[in-house]
Write a new protein. Structure first.
Length: 252
């Protein structure tokens, strides 16, 4: 376990999958956790189970970000960790995608992450004792290898990867002790994959040399590590949690 005692953390998209596992792991490691999601009933249950605070949130809405971060500052006096995890899939290729779906996907996946970073920095730089904090953006292996049937998700996650680096460099050059890193999950056993037939799940699992899907708790463990003070010299970096999928030469 990492030591996150006395840390205050926001986890978006915390009602299921990697977000729920992350909220639990950060809480288990001692952090005060604020969980957010558009799925209010499920999100509240997850939060109640782990002793976290819950806010309903559409991450694409700028005003809601301001409201939540300001409330966290009033309630807890600081913000130490932000995990930008909220997301969705669109499932349309470049020929199929309509503008409304494209814009909605980018607003949640990319704009929502940008707004989270912006509001976290605003608060973290005023933490008691001086600026401090760790922002973790959840990208994807699709930031490196494209999904032909989801042009929006692929494009947005590529944007998240580079947004992370820009935020990290900015904070460093401004003299803020605020780190920003991305975690790159591979195929993970979450609700997104549950509707797939077993043979297709097996094909997805086979993209990793470990020949299995990740458990969300495994990604959550990596997120907790990046969030902790054990990684204080790590910023603008990418932590792969993909079972070696991106290490494989496509011919083998």
């Amino acid at each position: 376990m990492t030591d996150l005692s006395e840390k205050v953390a926001i986890v978006t998209g915390a009602a299921s999958g990697i977000g729920a596992a992350t909220a639990k792991r950060l809480s288990d490691d001692g952090a005060t956790v604020i969980a957010t999601d558009v799925q209010s009933a499920l999100g509240r249950k997850i939060a109640d189970d782990i002793g976290a605070q819950f806010f309903e949130q559409d991450v694409s809405v700028a005003q809601r970000w301001s409201e939540i971060v300001d409330q966290v500052k009033r309630d807890h006096g600081r913000l130490d960790i932000l995990v930008n995890n909220a997301g969705l899939t669109i499932g349309q290729s470049i020929e199929d995608i309509d503008l409304e779906s494209w814009n909605h996907g980018l607003q949640v996946l990319l704009t929502g992450t940008m707004l989270g970073c912006q509001n976290a920095i605003r608060t973290m730089k005023t933490n008691p004792g001086g600026s401090s904090g760790s922002i973790i953006n959840i990208a994807s292996t699709t930031a490196y290898t494209a999904l032909p049937n989801d042009v929006t998700y692929t494009s947005a996650k590529s944007g998240v990867r580079m947004l992370t680096k820009s935020v990290a460099v900015h904070c460093g050059q401004q003299g803020y002790d605020i780190r920003c890193n991305s975690v790159i999950p591979g195929a993970t056993d979450t609700a997104i994959l549950k509707p797939l037939p077993d043979e297709l799940k097996a094909a997805v699992a086979a993209t990793s040399p470990l020949n299995r899907l990740a458990d969300p708790a495994e990604t959550a463990a990596a997120i907790a590590f990046v969030a902790s003070d054990e990684c204080k010299f790590m910023t603008g970096s990418e932590l792969m949690v993909d079972g070696g999928a991106l290490a494989v030469h496509p011919g083998f």
